[in-house]
Design a protein around this ligand. Sequence first.
Ligand code: FES
Length: 211
Amino acid sequence: MTEEEKKEQENQESPEEKPEEEAAGAEQKLEAKEDKKHLPASVGEGSISDEMPRRSFFSWLTVAWLAFAAATGGFFAMTVRFLFPNVLFEPPQSFKIGFPDDYQIGQVNIRWKKLHAIWVVRTSEYIYALSTVCPHLGCTPNWLDNERKFKCPCHGSGFRKSGVNFEGPAPRPLERFKITLADDGQILVDKSKLFQYEKGQWDDPESFLKV
Ligand code: FES
């Protein structure tokens, strides 16, 4: 008897065993299905493993947008800053200071000291505009009418009414500015052009106004 004939004979001898095996297999499948049903929802399809990457993607997107917004804002602020730079508003360099008769002969006029940083001096022959900046280290001297001199409060330099230094550490006289008569008869001072005594510039006709 061949092997195949033997198997066929065995099958014919126990026909009731086969359905039992099939039933056992079906039972196992059913149990497995039941187990799946009782698993927590998060373990099923479309659960944590799928959601986590999605969440982290959205949080990275938010961070990216915030970074982009910050960078754009910074760039915009810099652009505005560039369009409106710091502007230093200074008094004009050229200005009128009234008529010659407004100034008394032999007097040092301190009216424009604060606004334009000049003293206006009138002699019997001419008017000139002196700088209020001490040529030593840049302090502002004071006119002492009783002593008829300019005195620097910082290191004690003294200057005569003409502006020439005579005491203290100042290395040279005060400077004078261009002074002319405007069309309307007023005195016009131009601080963009200065004249220095030590360079012989006080002889320049623009450094004084003949009256
Ligand atoms: S700054 Fe005027 S004496 Fe020094």
